[in-house]
Design a protein around this ligand. Structure first.
Ligand code: AMP
Ligand code: MN
Ligand code: MN
Length: 336
């Protein structure tokens, strides 16, 4: 078989530019579009899905946006759904006409919706995780992009779709959070942010609910979590590890907006390059969030069955907290 320009031997577009062009064509012709975010959706996955969903809906397609779990999106991200496109996973068709998977590092990150990758008539992946093996008919997969919304922005330009305030707000939410407040954003991402602000994004209205708005009752539990935090300066090849545990009882009392902020406090510890938060999601099951300054935590996460980016990664592990920490330390020693 001879590969046509921009296509690999399997027929999957082989460059980002070719994939963006193929994706624009898919979206231009689809009458019914299902966009999915990863489980425990963040602003990048949900913002990407909703921005594209808003554009597709305005073009007359039947559109739904969903994710497998939890039952409700984070409260802080609900305002992004300006057109009311979010539906429960049960409302996703058994065989979607076009399935668009946003910010999903692996099919398993779709949770119970992963089977739609098999049944969909066509599928489009838009992602920026280096650990992504690549899946779907058309793959906009670029680890050099700071966020998936950067790739969505590029796709919208290819489609000739105007980026107005509701769309820009979705894109900005993903951009500002995945770049940790533009710390990891390059010049092009800053130019994109400028364009989004010109489209009318209200930065404070986007950011305050996501990271700067906690009930007073959180402070007491947060104090307990930080009080019990541990520092191991010998871990991660001598780069240091600071870790904390969020027990299920505390998880049950607070929203994801509170719990997910813990790692952003831990990572400020001067003595540790790596921060890890063990969030209890089952009797012996822990969702681990890792952040680092220099150590490649994505490699450590992949070793353990998770994924992510060099400076922000995650994995789900079973055992008691000491066992989970020992496995983390072993993986970080290898990566450090
Ligand atoms: P978090 O700590 O949940 O904010 O996740 C940090 C980064 O790691 C994000 O890019 C996630 O998409 C990624 N990530 C978290 N958990 C997993 C997992 N179990 N598998 C693959 N990637 C993950
Ligand atoms: Mn994400
Ligand atoms: Mn992302």
């Amino acid at each position: 078989m001879t590969a046509t320009a921009g296509r690999g031997p399997t027929g999957v577009p082989s460059t980002t530019a070719a994939a963006v062009a193929a994706a624009a064509e898919l979206l231009a012709t689809a009458r019914d579009v299902t966009l999915v975010a990863h489980v425990q959706p963040d602003a990048d996955s949900l913002g990407s899905a909703l921005a594209l969903g808003i554009v597709a809906a305005r073009r007359g397609a039947t559109v739904r946006v969903s994710f497998a779990s939890p039952a409700q999106p984070p409260e802080s991200l609900r305002p992004l759904d300006a057109l009311g496109l979010l539906v429960a996973p049960e409302a996703v068709p058994a065989a979607p006409e076009l399935l668009v998977m946003c910010d999903t590092a692996a099919p398993e990150r779709l949770g119970s919706l992963a089977d739609r990758l098999v049944t969909a008539r066509s599928s489009l992946l838009i992602d920026h995780h280096a650990s992504n093996p690549g899946f779907g008919d058309v793959r906009i997969l670029d680890p050099s992009a700071e966020a998936t919304v950067v790739l969505v922005h590029r796709l919208l330009a290819e489609m000739g779709a105007p980026v107005d305030r509701p769309v820009a707000t979705c894109l900005y939410a993903g951009l500002v959070t995945d770049t940790v407040g533009f710390r990891t954003a390059g010049p092009a991402a800053h130019r994109m942010a400028a364009e989004l602000l010109e489209a009318g994004v209200d930065v404070e209205a986007v950011l305050r609910p996501i990271s700067d708005d906690h009930p007073f009752t959180w402070f007491d539990d947060l104090a307990g979590i930080l009080h019990a935090a541990t520092l191991d300066v010998t871990a991660a090849g001598g780069h240091g590890l600071v870790s904390a545990v969020v027990p299920a009882a505390v998880m049950g009392r607070h929203r994801v907006e509170e719990v997910d902020g813990v790692v952003d406090l831990l990572r400020t510890a001067s003595e540790a390059d790596v921060a890890a938060v063990l969030k209890q999601v089952g009797p012996r099951r822990w969702s681990v969030s890792m952040r680092s300054r220099t150590v490649d935590v994505a490699t450590a996460a992949v070793t353990l069955g998770g994924g992510g980016h060099p400076r922000a990664a995650g994995v789900t592990l079973d055992g008691d907290p000491d066992e989970v920490l020992a496995r983390l330390r072993a993986a970080l020693t290898a990566a450090g």
